[in-house]
Design a protein around this ligand. Sequence first.
Ligand code: HEM
Length: 467
Amino acid sequence: MDAIRTDAASKGLKPAPRMIPPHRVPPARDLPLPAYLRSIRDNGLLGFPKAAFEEPVTRRGLMGRSSFVLSDPEAIRRVLVDNQANYARTVGTLRILRPILGDGLLISEGAAWRHQRRALAPAFTPRAIDGLMPHIDRAIRDGIEALSPRAAKGPLDLFAAFHGLALDIAGRSMFSVGMDRHGPELRAFITGYGARIGRPHVLDVLMPPGLPVPLDWARRRFRRRWIPFLDSVIAARAAQPTDGRGDLLDLLAAARHPETGAPFSPEELRDQVSTMILAGHETTAGTLFWASYLLALFPDIQERVADEARAADLSDPTGCHADGRLPFTRAVIDETLRLYPAAFVVVRRALGPDDVAGHPVKAGDILLVSPWVLHRHRRLWDDPEAFDPSRFLPGGSAPARFSYLPFGAGPRICIGAQFALSEAVLALARLCAAFRFEHLGREPILPVAVVTTQPDRPGAFKLIPRR
Ligand code: HEM
């Protein structure tokens, strides 16, 4: 595999000084099994040894099975695209996510997944996302206004602030209304789940399907409270007059089964609502956090984003993430998703035997395609640890196929990718036009990944209003 030359040097520009954000040095070799299993619960990034960042494919034994990390394009293509029907979600993923997501798109499989995906596709076309843009923009503007009085006082926990912002964007796009009323409870549900019962436990990974593990009881109890809550939010939206602009709930309600023409039942609709809110907001909150942290570390880049944002006409921001109005801001988001991919790993379980780039795979083996590893892979990127948005500027050479996968690949690629990019680029531009970010903390902030890639500490930031 050739290294990709997408940096400033490859375009004949004067090479910029290397900007290396703090990063974790991977373990020199595979962690012993107990430590590896602990890392799945506490920080999945520690489970990838140095070799994973250097070799196309690595393998470790896992209780009589093999677990492969794939960074070879052919291997990734085999698993996520060409022979994807042979690969399913893992038992652990289903155990952890089903209580909160029900049988929505993210965890459904087989024919049920195919029907859902086709039914939902019209809700996520670029045109449909354009229609949601007024909701997204309104939430961003209100979020910035709410941040202003708190901003300069500092220190501000930016991750918590962006979590709230992303939840508000998700809520407004879904229900047309702000999340003042339901937001705090929704957040409490989600953070409560993520803090304990949503964390992968050793038994989640090791126990065969069908056999309950102790956390399953707590998860069931959670679901018994979660469903009435979601139903009440959906009912409140149905009872409330909207501004007539249409929202994601309208689009989901308009979805039709591709064969029978039937709409989703109320239970199915509720599962899709929770799936979209859950899959969408934490990933975006993390992306905005890491982008802001990088900009606080590298003020020259921050000034460039601010200049671009202030010069751009964003009176109608529809499409601004891709239409050339904010190319540098978009490149910063793309580079943030390279260095801190919100979805740090895509996991599959082999249903039957296969040959993956010369490696024999048995039924039950685990296949990991990790954007965290892939995006920092020595053979795939020049200077992989360096923050260099110019890799993604228009006119540069695009990353090689299957080397940059923040949204996954193949039929199960993120359905919300356009939504996420529209939201993240516009939010970052508006935030940088409004504030200058400073990181007050002395300790570097490092990523920790459980379900998504998050900061290891709240981080103390100051946001100085720009005139
Ligand atoms: C920066 C933001 C985001 C990132 C990095 C991200 C990443 C991903 C990745 C890597 C997958 C593939 C998982 C797999 O193959 O196992 C995925 C799937 C999915 N994402 Fe996202 N996502 C983001 C935002 C969103 C948003 C905003 C929504 C919804 C509004 C969303 C909804 C989904 C759904 C429903 C799936 C499952 C698709 C399927 O299985 O057919 N995501 N996402």
